[in-house]
Design a protein around this ligand. Sequence first.
Ligand SMILES: Nc1ncnc2c1ncn2[C@@H]1O[C@H](COP(=O)(O)OP(=O)(O)O)[C@@H](O)[C@H]1O
Ligand SMILES: [Mg+2]
Length: 371
Amino acid sequence: MATLDLINVQKSFGPTKILHDISISMADGEFLVLVGPSGCGKSTLMNIIAGLEEPSEGQLRLDGHDITQLAPAERNISMVFQSYALYPNMTVAKNIEFPLAMRKVEKSKRAERVQSVAKLLQIEHLLERKPRQLSGGQRQRVAIGRALAREPRLYLFDEPLSNLDAQLRLDMRTEIKKLHQRLGATIVYVTHDQIEAMTLATRIAVMKGGVLQQLGSPYEVYNRPANIFVAGFMGSPRMNLIKARLAQNGSGLALHIQTGTRPPVRFELPNVPSAMSAHIGAEVIAGIRAEAVNLAHASMVAGPTQRAFDARVEVIEPTGADTLVVLDLGGHEFTVRLEPDVSLKPGQDARFFVDLAKLVCFDAGTERLIE
Ligand SMILES: Nc1ncnc2c1ncn2[C@@H]1O[C@H](COP(=O)(O)OP(=O)(O)O)[C@@H](O)[C@H]1O
Ligand SMILES: [Mg+2]
């Protein structure tokens, strides 16, 4: 187990800068998930940590020791790739044992490690098979087993579930989380799937275009996204992002949402961060999660941070566990998450409550969270 520090890591391929000044410090036992769209530099950063690529600038420290110049084999880091990279002619047992044999680990010790890893991953009955005789999920387990057998200080997973079908991905996701809970290992895990990121991570690093956008707990990244990119990328459905204007309202503030031909919707804001006052009169982007809205019932009294509004129901999407309803809020599409048995009809007008304790606002110019 280990701590990992990435200090001002940069990478260019020729004239193209792929990674811009990435600094991340990981505590022992952390499960850090790097998430971002395809091509944002996740694999490049992983390859730099593994030692397969050299950074153009910056330093890497494992347990406080500078490893920037060490060869991959000297780093004691295991990497599991999307493509498994199993040796086709070796049995499962040999595949798992191979990195140990390379390191000249004693034979009896090797057999012991293979057995204990196979038991942990429940692949004992597969040890004598060749990779082609395995399903995708079984191959993935073997690839993970090979990484575990070495007992490295740090595990790297680069999109390990991307080649699996949907149900198996969910199962393996749970397996990997269990594994982390059992081993307490330090893990860096790459995915382009924001749900995978949310469910696995102790901390998430959101990247875009080689720039670290936000580093925080799943809760922070979801509820307090650092900018509009993170707000739109994390969470399904996406956070509702609506242009609005901040106005003085007595001693407090109010949010005015322009609504085309209808009168603007106006929300009095409860306990807003003081930084918002600097934006009075300015355009902001209001961010509201789908689950911050409820259908108003006749007998309901709004809570201190709840505000009522009227909107037209456009589309109803039952998911089973809940119902996503797309509203037309005076020309803005606004998706809300309601009860599974909600009785609304497309075209109908209805009244809703939004909980503004969960509202975030972004600067319309810089697109950064106002906090
Ligand atoms: N060896 C290389 N030479 C030149 N460009 C590269 C090389 N490896 C990756 N890139 C470029 O770097 C960018 C980031 O790639 P990558 O790290 O694989 O992204 P991700 O894993 O997030 O999808 C891409 O634009 C890719 O084309
Ligand atoms: Mg990649």
